[in-house]
Every structure is written in structure tokens, then in C-alpha cells.
Design a protein around this ligand. Structure first.
Ligand code: BG6
Length: 486
């Protein structure tokens, strides 16, 4: 990566959960590991009245919690803290932006990043105020956190408003799943090897499963989550982006628009799930009280910030299909949920059984499977059939297993480290273009509408399980089963 130029990083929502948990730790790491950071300036911006010292204290307290002790070096922190400042600003008050302008007055030619870690309802207003205050320079970029809007119409409105002020190449719509090392490794695996491409199609792939399971509940974000639900929070963005990387055609290069053109084609090829299909192809669930490990946890309705009588889903499973030459007829099973049995994020490619079974196997069929693990450990595993030692010719699966942390002994970057650096360098490859995001909303919207009209009952599941039984039934109808379901 090229040396870092001087930049100003203006972090709206500067004292919020995302800033404290992810963004400041990511900036700390990059600062600690970069050779020249003399030109860095980070300004947390928020409504709360903190002095600079109080803000640094807050940041210190949180970063210590979120950065492992072995990586938290007091000298490195002190050096980083010198780059950090705070400004109290009401994002809806035009006059407050003058104070921001005063802080940045000497720096019109520097790269300027406005990171909006706020509610999407504030995005348009913030951008308008930035422009009025003369803060939008040619080298400015704006980062928009997800979910962007609640549906196609609201997302279009935000995109129109932000797009009136920033050019498309200045807009970084972030999906932190694309910053995960294993997701980029999937791109390398598919397009850096000849091995998989001939098999990567409907002739050899039986089904694809994408799971993002979390053991956490809604934590301190009850109100946000209750207004959002798992389909908007996880499927519209993270799961669909993973699906795009699995299913896209090889781009001609890794430039932003080559990649985004191919992802867009995948999103447009998704078969719409509408009307009666919604009940047959989707499952929505909500957790009730249960146990994670051996620790009892409350049900969703008893979490702080959740409305009485809520119908918000904390679990979604969907059978998606692509209407294109490569993938027609191959089910892409998507599943995500809170308070599940394990924290697990993985992509599983199940290949078809061998056409002519000569060997005896315990499972009855000889199959291969590729598992791309994103969480809790990053790795790749290829299951192959091999002969059982000894007499006879019986086969059983063995695994070629690569734990990326062992292959590369270096610390794995957090997704936000990679993406923040990409923003500073102006590299859009791992960010969503407007038309991509629009296509994702258009696919999700009929499902949201059908659910709102009672098109799918909310199934309850005990916390600490793999979700409602309807989720297993959804995939069992095709003769398949979720990978490693316990
Ligand atoms: C966020 C969602 O985008 O992703 C959260 O808003 C979710 O609800 C989080 O917990 C999961 O991210 P990760 O990287 O911890 O799997």
C-alpha cells in the first residue's frame, strides 16, 4: 500500500457504539503500525459536551476493552491520542458546522473523510450542512454506514440527497463484511486458481449455504434493532454481498467498477421472491428465553428498548436462486440470527455426488465440500473422499484444512482497518455502488412487504439454538441439511 498522505478524518457519531468498538480501535492499529503518521488528524464529532480530555478518556477506556492487552501499548496509545480531537456539534444545526470549518481551515487540500456513523435519517442533512459551510472539497469523501434507508424509496432519497453534494466516486457505502480478510481471500481463491472455476457452476455445485450466526442478542441497540430487524440489518447487505462474491463472473480486473459491475449482475439475476413464494422460501423467527452455553438469557421481548408486542425478526432463512446460465436451479440458502447456538460465519459450497459411485461410504454418497470460514476463525477447508486404511475399498471424508492465522503468523487486520485505509486512498472496490445497493433493496422489498402483510408467521426459537425448526424444514424439502447443525 502506498504511503499515507495527510488526512482529516471527521467521525460523526464520534462517541457512539461503532466508533468506540470498531472505528477508533481500527485507527489505533493503523496508526501504531504506520511509518509516518505526522499528517493524521481525527476529529470525533457528537452532540455530547465532552472536553477534549474527557473524550480521550472515553476513547481510552473503550479501546482498552476492545483491543487485546498484548496489542494495547500505552506509548502507542499516547502517540495516537495526540492525533485525536473532539468537537461538540448538533448535526441538525447549521451554525455548529462553522466550528468544524474553523478546525479544518488550514487544510483544504488534504484528503478529508466524513465518516457518518449516525442514523441514516441524518445523512442528507449532514451533507447539506457540510456543503453550506464550504467543507466539501474535491478531495473529500463521505462514508455511509448501513443500513442505508428502510426500503428502496428511502434509500433512493438518501442517495439523491447525498449525490447532489458528493460525486459517486466520493461516496463510500460501507459493508464491513467486504473488509474481512477471508472474503477477499474468496476472491483470490476463485480467481487466483484454475482449480475451482471449472466446477463453479450448476453442473458441479449442488447447493451453497451462507450462514452468519451470532450468540449475542441486541445488546445496547434494542431500539435501533427493533426498528430494523434481521432482514434489513444483515440480509440486504452482508449476506447478499457474500452471495455476490460467490456467484459473480470473473471481473476483468480488480478495479472498483469491474468488480461492482459483476456484483450488480448477480443482484439483478436474483429471482424475485413474491406473493406465495414468500411463505415457501423464507423463514422469520424471534428468540425466546434460553441459554447460551450454560448461561440463561432473556427472550427478545424482554431485552431493553424493545417495544411491547413487537414482531421484529431476529432470525431469517431464505432459499434464494439466481436466474442465470451459470447458477440456474442451484439453491443459495441464506441464514442469519441473533442468540444462536454458536458464533459462526461461513460459506459452504456443497459439490454434487460423483456420477458413478464405485466406493462404499458411510454416508451413502461421495461428495466434496468447500468451507470458507469467516468467524470465529478465518480459514478454508476442502473435504475430499479418501480410502479408509486397511482392508476393502471404503471411502470417508478427510479435510484439507488451512487456518489462515497459522499460515500467516501476522495479526489479521480487522475489517474496518482495511476499509478505512481504502477510503483514505480512494479505493472503491470493496464499497457498494448506488445501483448495487438499489438492486439489493429491490430484491428484499417484496419480502418485507409480504411479511408486513402477514405473509409469513413469526416463528419462535429458544436462545442458544440454530433457529426455528422451520429453518431446517426449508432446506430439508430439497433433501439438504444445514452444514454442521448441532
Ligand atoms: C452489523 C449489524 O452490521 O454486523 C449487527 O448491524 C451485527 O447487528 C454485526 O451484530 C455483525 O458483525 P460481525 O463482524 O461481528 O459478524
Amino acid at each position: 500500500m502506498a504511503g499515507l498522505e495527510a488526512f482529516d478524518f471527521i467521525l460523526f457519531g464520534g462517541s457512539g457504539d461503532l466508533a468506540m468498538r470498531k472505528l477508533l480501535p481500527a485507527l489505533y492499529y493503523r496508526h501504531r503500525d504506520s511509518a509516518d503518521t505526522t499528517g493524521w488528524r481525527i476529529v470525533g464529532v457528537g452532540r455530547q459536551a465532552f472536553s477534549r480530555a474527557a473524550y480521550l478518556e472515553l476513547a481510552h477506556e473503550h479501546c482498552r476493552q476492545h483491543i487485546p492487552a498484548k496489542d494495547f501499548n500505552p506509548a502507542a496509545w499516547n502517540a495516537f491520542a495526540q492525533r485525536l480531537d473532539y468537537l461538540q456539534l448538533d448535526a441538525t444545526n447549521a451554525a455548529d458546522y462553522q466550528a468544524l470549518a474553523a478546525k479544518l481551515v488550514d487544510a483544504e487540500t488534504r484528503v478529508r473523510v466524513f465518516y457518518l456513523a449516525t442514523a441514516p435519517s441524518l445523512f442528507a442533512g449532514i451533507c447539506a450542512h457540510l456543503q453550506t459551510a464550504g467543507l466539501v472539497t474535491p478531495d473529500s469523501r463521505v462514508v455511509l454506514e448501513k443500513p442505508l434507508g428502510r426500503d428502496t424509496a428511502s434509500a433512493r432519497q438518501i442517495n439523491d440527497d447525498v449525490g447532489a453534494i458528493f460525486a459517486e466516486q466520493q461516496i463510500f457505502r460501507i459493508d464491513h463484511y467486504l473488509g474481512k480478510e477471508t472474503v477477499q481471500n474468496l476472491i483470490a481463491l476463485r480467481f487466483g486458481n484454475v482449480l475451482f472455476e471449472p466446477l463453479w457452476n450448476r453442473f458441479w455445485v449442488r447447493d451453497v449455504q451462507i450462514t452468519i450466526a451470532e450468540t449475542v442478542g441486541v445488546e445496547s441497540r434494542g431500539e435501533f434493532y427493533d426498528n430494523t430487524g434481521a432482514l434489513r440489518d444483515m440480509v440486504q447487505n452482508h449476506l447478499l454481498q457474500l452471495l455476490c462474491i460467490v456467484a459473480m463472473e470473473p471481473p476483468t480486473n480488480i478495479e472498483a467498477d469491474s468488480m461492482r459491475d459483476e456484483k450488480l449482475k448477480v443482484l439483478r439475476a436474483l429471482r424475485p421472491i413474491v406473493g406465495g413464494d414468500v411463505a415457501a422460501r423464507t423463514v422469520r423467527g424471534q428468540y425466546r428465553a434460553g441459554a447460551i452455553g450454560h448461561r440463561p438469557v432473556p427472550g427478545y421481548v424482554d431485552e431493553p428498548g424493545i417495544c411491547a408486542g413487537t414482531h421484529t425478526e431476529t432470525f431469517v432463512a431464505i432459499k434464494a436462486e439466481l436466474g442465470n446460465w451459470r447458477w440456474a436451479g442451484v439453491p443459495f440458502y441464506l441464514r442469519t440470527g441473533k442468540r444462536m447456538q454458536e458464533r459462526l460465519a461461513e460459506i459452504v459450497i456443497n459439490f454434487r455426488a460423483v456420477p458413478h459411485p464405485m466406493l462404499r461410504t458411510a454416508s451413502g454418497e461421495a461428495t466434496n465440500r468447500l468451507v470458507i470460514s469467516l468467524q470465529p476463525n478465518e480459514g478454508l477447508r476442502l473435504d475430499l473422499m479418501a480410502k479408509v486404511p486397511g482392508e476393502g475399498m471404503n471411502a470417508q471424508p478427510i479435510s484439507l484444512d488451512v487456518a489462515l492465522s497459522q499460515t500467516y503468523q501476522t495479526r489479521q487486520w480487522d475489517a474496518y482497518e482495511r476499509l478505512i485505509m481504502d477510503v483514505i486512498h480512494g479505493n472503491l472496490s470493496l464499497f457498494m455502488r448506488r445501483d448495487e445497493q438499489d438492486a439489493a433493496w429491490q430484491w428484499v422489498e417484496p419480502i418485507l412487504q409480504a411479511w408486513a402483510q402477514g405473509g409469513q408467521t413469526l416463528k419462535s426459537y429458544p436462545a442458544g439454538t440454530w433457529g426455528p425448526t422451520a429453518s431446517s424444514a426449508l432446506i430439508a424439502r430439497d433433501g439438504n441439511a444445514w452444514h454442521e447443525e448441532g
